[in-house]
Design a protein around this ligand. Structure first.
Ligand code: HEC
Ligand code: HEC
Ligand code: HEC
Ligand code: HEC
Ligand code: HEC
Length: 471
C-alpha cells in the first residue's frame, strides 16, 4: 500500500489529482451535510456545490491515472533511449498477501465513496441546472429581461425547462450542449443583444405546451374585454368587446382559431428568419385536400425549408411578455395603480415612457421629473392635494418601464412583438392578408368575422356590456 502511494506521490500530476480530489470531496461533503441540516444557500451555492465542486472532484480523479500513464510512458521512452532500466510490469495482485488485500479493500471502499459522491452530484446538479433560478439568474444580466417578463406571465410557476427542454433524454443532451455554448458566450460576451428570437432549436411546442394544454380542451368562444383610456383631460374610459372564436377539436370537426393545430390539419410555410414575413403557405388535410397559397411577395431572405405551424407561431410570447406603453398604462389605470382622476395622466405617462433613455436609472429619474414637472406647471394645486396619487403614479410608470425596457440588452419598446393579434404587430395578418392565393383564387381570408365578432369597439359605454354585466 505504501508502495502504491509512493508511486503516485513520485509523479506530480497524480499527486495534484489526489490533492484536488480530496479537497473537493471534503468541501462537497461538508456543504452537502450543511444542506441536509436544512440550510439552503440559493442558486449560486447550488451551482457551487453540485456543479463546480464535483467538476473539480472528477477532474482530480481523472488526473490520477493520467499521471501514472504519463510517468510510465516517460519511463518507457527513457528505457528505449537506453537511459534507464525497464520499468516494472504491472503489480501482480496476490490476494494471499495481507498488504495487497488491504490495498484492494481500501481502493474498493474509496471507489464506493466516489460513486456515491458522483451520483449525488449528478442527480442534484441536474436538478439545480433545471431550476428556474439557475436559468433565470445564473447568466445574470443576460437573462434578467426574460426572467422578469416570465415572472409577470401566466406561466410564472412553470419551470423554464418545461418549455425549453421538455422530457426525454435526447432533448436534455441537446439543451446541455447548447447550454454549454451559452455559458461560453456569456463569459466572452459573444451573445447578441437583444437575444435573438425565434429560438431555432426550441423543442416542438407540441411536445412541451401540450403536456399541459391540448387542442381538444379548447372549445367555443371566449369573450375578451379590452379597456383603454383616451388622452383627454378626464382619461375617458373605453371598451372593446370581442367574442374570439378560439375553437378546438372537441367533437368531430375542428373549427375556429385552434383549427390550425388540429391533428388532422397541417399548415406549413416558408418565411424569413424571424417568421415575420411569410411566403408560400401549404395546407394538407387528413382527407387528402392539399392547397398551396402563393404569396404575392416572397420574403426577402427566406430560410431553407418549410416549417409546420405550431403553438409558438401564434403564441410566441407565452412567457416572456413585453408590452407596449399604451397597453401597460391602460392596465394600470384600470386596476388603480395609476389614479385615473389625475388630469391627462394617460397622455403624460405614455409620453414619459416613450422617450428614449440611456439607462434605467436615467429613465427612472426623468420619468419622475416629467410627470411631476407636468403637474407643477399645469396643475399646481394638485401637487399639494394629490401628492400621494402623483407619487404612486410616478412609481407605477417607473415600474412599467423597468419591466419592459432594458437599454443594456438593447431591448426597447416593441423589440419582441407578439403574434397573437394583428393590431400591435402583423401577427395573424402575416398570412390572413388576402394576398396569399391558390391558383384558383382562394385566399387566406381577412374577414373580420372569421376570428371574432366585434361586439363593441372603443365605445365609452357599450350597450352589449350593460346587458352582460348588470350593476
Ligand atoms: C411557457 C413556456 C416558456 C417558459 C416557462 C419559459 N420560456 Fe423562454 N421562451 C419561450 C418561447 C415560446 C420563446 C420564443 C420562441 C420563439 O419565438 O421561437 C422563448 C424565448 C426565450 C429566450 C430568447 C429571447 C426571447 O425573449 O425571445 C430566452 C433567453 C428564454 N426564453 C429564456 C427563458 C428563461 C431563462 C426561462 C425561465 C426563467 C424561460 N425562458 C421560461 C417559452 C417559455
Ligand atoms: C407545465 C405546464 C404548462 C406548460 C408546459 C405550458 N403551459 Fe400554458 N399555462 C399553464 C397554466 C397552469 C396556465 C394557467 C395560468 C392562469 O390561468 O393564470 C397556462 C396558461 C396559458 C395560456 C392562457 C394565458 C392567458 O392569458 O389566459 C396560454 C395562451 C398558454 N398557457 C399557452 C402555452 C404555450 C403556447 C405553451 C408552450 C410554449 C405553454 N402554454 C406551456 C401551464 C403550462
Ligand atoms: C393560429 C394561431 C394559434 C395557434 C397555432 C395556437 N393558438 Fe392558442 N390561442 C390563439 C388565440 C388568438 C387565442 C385567444 C387569445 C386570447 O384570449 O387573448 C388562443 C388561446 C389559447 C389558450 C387560452 C384558451 C382559453 O380558452 O382559455 C391556450 C391555453 C392556448 N391558446 C394554447 C395553445 C396551444 C397549446 C397551442 C398549440 C397546440 C395553440 N394554442 C396554438 C391562437 C393560436
Ligand atoms: C402561417 C399562416 C397562418 C397564420 C400565421 C395564421 N393563419 Fe389562420 N389560417 C391559415 C390557413 C392556410 C387557413 C385556411 C384558409 C382556408 O380555409 O382556405 C386558416 C384559417 C383560419 C381560420 C378558419 C378555420 C376554420 O374554422 O376553418 C381561423 C379562425 C384562423 N385561421 C385564425 C387565425 C388567427 C386568429 C391567427 C393569428 C393568431 C391566424 N389564423 C394565423 C394560415 C394562417
Ligand atoms: C385571422 C384572424 C383575425 C381576423 C381576420 C381579424 N382579426 Fe381582429 N383580432 C384577432 C385576434 C387574435 C385579436 C387579438 C385578441 C387578443 O387581444 O388577444 C384581434 C383583435 C382585434 C381588435 C382589438 C384590438 C385591440 O387591442 O383593441 C380589433 C378592434 C379587431 N381585432 C378588429 C378587426 C377587424 C376590424 C377585422 C377585419 C378587418 C379583424 N379584426 C380581422 C384576429 C383576427
Amino acid at each position: 500500500m505504501k508502495n502504491q502511494f509512493a508511486k503516485i506521490s513520485r509523479n506530480p500530476v497524480s499527486l495534484a489529482g489526489v490533492v484536488v480530489t480530496t479537497i473537493s470531496a471534503i468541501i462537497f461533503l461538508t456543504l452537502f451535510a450543511i444542506e441536509l441540516v436544512g440550510f439552503s444557500g440559493g442558486p449560486y451555492v447550488g451551482i457551487m456545490v453540485y456543479v463546480i465542486v464535483p467538476a473539480f472532484f472528477v477532474g482530480g480523479l481523472l488526473l490520477i491515472p493520467f499521471g501514472i500513464w504519463r510517468a510510465r510512458r516517460k519511463a518507457k521512452l527513457a528505457t528505449e533511449a537506453g537511459e534507464a532500466p525497464a520499468p516494472e510490469d504491472f503489480p501482480v495482485i496476490d490476494l494471499n498477501k495481507v498488504g495487497v488485500r488491504k490495498t484492494v479493500l481500501f481502493v474498493a471502499a474509496l471507489t464506493v465513496v466516489n460513486v456515491v459522491i458522483i451520483a449525488t452530484a449528478t442527480y442534484k446538479g441536474v436538478e439545480v441546472m433545471g431550476s428556474t433560478q439557475f436559468c433565470g439568474t445564473a447568466c445574470h444580466s443576460v437573462m434578467t429581461p426574460e426572467y422578469t417578463s416570465y415572472q409577470r406571465s401566466p406561466h410564472a410557476r412553470v419551470k423554464c425547462v418545461e418549455c425549453h427542454i421538455g422530457s426525454g433524454a435526447s432533448w436534455f443532451v441537446k439543451s446541455k450542449l447548447s447550454g454549454s455554448w451559452q455559458i461560453a458566450s456569456v463569459l466572452f460576451k459573444l451573445y447578441e443583444r437583444p437575444i435573438p428570437t425565434p429560438i431555432h432549436n426550441l423543442r416542438p411546442a407540441r411536445e412541451t405546451c401540450e403536456q399541459c394544454h391540448w387542442p381538444a380542451k379548447f372549445v367555443g368562444d371566449r369573450l375578451k374585454i379590452i379597456t383603454k383610456f383616451d388622452e383627454d383631460e378626464t382619461n375617458t374610459e373605453k371598451k372593446t368587446a370581442l367574442l374570439l372564436h378560439v375553437g378546438g377539436t372537441m367533437g368531430s370537426t375542428s373549427r375556429g382559431i385552434h383549427w390550425h393545430v388540429d391533428p388532422g390539419v397541417r399548415v406549413s410555410f416558408v418565411s424569413d428568419e424571424k417568421r415575420e414575413s411569410i411566403g408560400d403557405v401549404e395546407l394538407t388535410l387528413a382527407d387528402g385536400t392539399h392547397r398551396v397559397y402563393k404569396a404575392s411577395t416572397a420574403p426577402a431572405k427566406p430560410v431553407k425549408g418549410t416549417r409546420n405551424m405550431e403553438c409558438v407561431d401564434c403564441h410566441n410570447r407565452p412567457s416572456h411578455i413585453y408590452r407596449l406603453p399604451d397597453e401597460e398604462v391602460d392596465d394600470a389605470l384600470f386596476d388603480g395603480r395609476i389614479d385615473r382622476t389625475l388630469p391627462f395622466i394617460r397622455r403624460e405617462a405614455v409620453k414619459a415612457l416613450k422617450a428614449t433613455y440611456a439607462t434605467r436609472e436615467e429613465a427612472s429619474e426623468k420619468i419622475r421629473q416629467a410627470v411631476q414637472g407636468f403637474y407643477s406647471a399645469s396643475y399646481p394645486d394638485l401637487v399639494k392635494t394629490k401628492a400621494l396619487s402623483i407619487d404612486t403614479a410616478v412609481k407605477s410608470v417607473q415600474g412599467i418601464y423597468n419591466s419592459n425596457v432594458w437599454p443594456s440588452m438593447k431591448i426597447a419598446w416593441g423589440a419582441y412583438p407578439s403574434n397573437l393579434g394583428h393590431t400591435a404587430a402583423t401577427g395573424c395578418f402575416r398570412c390572413h392578408d388576402d394576398e396569399h392565393k391558390t391558383v384558383d383564387g382562394r385566399t387566406i381570408p381577412q374577414d373580420c368575422a372569421l376570428c371574432h365578432s366585434l361586439l363593441a369597439e372603443d365605445e365609452a359605454d357599450p350597450k352589449i356590456l350593460k346587458e352582460l354585466i348588470q350593476h
